[in-house]
Ligand binder design. Sequence first.
Ligand SMILES: C[S@@+](CC[C@H](N)C(=O)[O-])C[C@H]1O[C@@H](n2cnc3c(N)ncnc32)[C@H](O)[C@@H]1O
Length: 90
Amino acid sequence: MIDKATRNALALGLPNVEFRLGDLDALPLENGTVDVAISNGVFNLCPDKPKVLGEVFRVLRVGGRLCMADMILEDHVTPEKVQHMGSWSG
Ligand SMILES: C[S@@+](CC[C@H](N)C(=O)[O-])C[C@H]1O[C@@H](n2cnc3c(N)ncnc32)[C@H](O)[C@@H]1O
């Protein structure tokens, strides 16, 4: 993912982007330093959701934002909907 993101940033000519490898339950970021946290398809893979959400809120600035897109499996979500790519975007 880091390699892919780096290639995308280069292709888009974005010089002010930095990628860090880290675990969501121990983010390599200082407290209160993040304006926006974006997560796409990651929270559902984390067993301890209160812990990872705590990490996100630890690093967010006051007034910072979390934008999350993920799968939520509920009884009314059919296997067909799970397979549909549109189900994965928020
Ligand atoms: C479904 S992919 C989504 C990747 C990317 N966000 C995207 O939209 O293409 C899930 C990613 O979450 C990462 N991941 C899973 N558990 C993680 C954790 N505890 N901390 C950080 N990353 C995690 C996996 O390594 C994988 O790259």
